[in-house]
Write a protein that binds this ligand. Structure first.
Ligand code: 5CU
Ligand code: ZN
Length: 383
């Protein structure tokens, strides 16, 4: 039986130039790289607690974060034909305004060159199909802290001309105050015009007090911020976009939500009901224009979900709100969630997602093929 094409649409890198920048920093995000001892990556603000010894903060960081050959080995070991690589969080959000444009151009050019060089080496005549060899495409990063939105718009337009860029990755802070910010209008317009896919990804989570503060970090590590903070952050960000009428004004905006939309598929009905009962909105007798489009319509026309949810229940919710299986796409979140034991080749985080897809769509060969790669190849025009 021929195996289906597998495309990983959620897989991160920190290009070497970005790693060097993190090594030179002393505040989050940074890499602590002692002369004796292992380097540590400190990206989550909850990790940067002075009560935690510096050599225990964050997590170990190895070449899987930055070396594309390690990514290619990982792809081969897990049957992945094509990866759409993206800069990992916190992207360029923290840069001083005058630095942002230069770094965005550098990182995006690095991503483009990495993909171009690799693909030229495996498919010099550009005649081979995607399946059965390794291919790279990328989601680019935006200079969101740049001094003017026009710089961001110009970068989006430039990205459209780079052959291996298929979209942009963005966190939930936007220009600094969330995705319901009116100043984002020109950026949504540029994404809509270029039809570059916006990969919306969490990073900031919830205030650490929601999880019990520093004491809880000491006891439970990353479980609460990653298992709950990340998905709720995504859910809140998209709901704020909906409430701010972003999908009314930009009905052709295309967004891919990380981690199967956080908790959005499960909470969509409640969100819709709260909107329909909110007296503030003009349609309910108030003075604030509320969203015109139903969340159910937005989920079926503007939103794609990755399949990085590690279970059947989450996948079923994702396909239910998407109105079918053609808006769901396989991903790994590599290099995050590596095996805990050195030398283990198979990643539990990846096999769990493969297994969940198999169990959810058992016996539906075409659906499994669509979720594993067919949908991504179609939506991102990967051939
Ligand atoms: O493990 C983590 O902290 C993360 C992260 O920071 N970013 C991500 O994409 N996945 C997991
Ligand atoms: Zn991720």
């Amino acid at each position: 039986m021929s195996r289906p094409l597998v495309v990983d649409i959620h897989t991160h890198v920190y290009p070497p130039s970005y790693m060097a920048m993190l090594r030179a920093r002393k505040t989050v995000p940074y890499i602590h790289d002692p002369v004796n001892g292992e380097p540590r990556l400190i990206i989550l603000s909850s990790d940067d607690d002075p009560a935690i010894p510096i050599d225990q903060r964050g997590r170990p960081v190895d070449s899987s974060y930055s070396d594309i050959n390690v990514k290619l080995n990982f792809m081969q070991q897990h049957g992945i034909d094509c990866s759409v690589i993206s800069l990992a969080n916190p992207w360029l959000d923290f840069l001083e305004p005058p630095e942002a444009q230069k770094w965005a151009e550098q990182i995006n050019n690095d991503l483009e060159v990495t993909c171009a060089k690799h693909n030229a080496s495996t498919n010099p005549d550009k005649t081979l199909p995607l399946q059965g060899r390794s291919t790279l495409f990328a989601f680019a990063a935006l200079p969101l802290s740049a001094p003017s939105p026009q710089i961001i718009v110009d970068e989006i337009k430039r990205l459209k001309t780079l052959p291996h860029i298929r979209g942009v990755i963005m966190g939930t802070s936007g220009l600094g105050s969330g995705l319901d910010d009116d100043r984002l209008g020109p950026i949504w317009a540029a994404l809509e015009e270029t039809q570059l896919l916006l990969f919306l990804h969490p990073h900031y989570g919830l205030p650490s007090e929601a999880f019990g503060g520093a004491e809880a970090t000491g006891r439970y590590g990353h479980v609460l911020p990653l298992a709950l903070g990340f998905p709720l952050e995504t859910t809140i960000a998209v709901t704020r976009m909906l409430l701010a009428r972003v999908f009314d004004e930009f009905p052709r905006l295309q967004i891919l939500l990380a981690h199967s939309g956080g908790t959005l598929p499960f909470l969509a009905g409640r969100i819709e009901s709260c909107i329909l009962h909110e007296r503030k909105f003009v349609q309910n007798g108030g003075d604030v224009p509320g969203p015109q489009r139903s969340i159910w319509g937005v989920l079926k026309t503007n939103i794609f979900l990755d399949a990085v949810v590690y279970g059947v229940a989450g996948l079923k919710a994702a396909v239910t709100v998407g109105g079918g299986t053609d808006r769901l796409m396989f991903g790994t979140d590599h290099p995050f969630f590596p095996p805990l034991n050195e030398g283990e080749k198979e990643w539990l985080s990846v096999t769990t997602n493969y297994k969940a897809i198999d169990e959810t769509f058992e016996g539906e060969k075409d659906t499994v093929a669509a979720v594993l790669g067919g949908n991504a190849a179609r939506v991102l025009n990967l051939e």
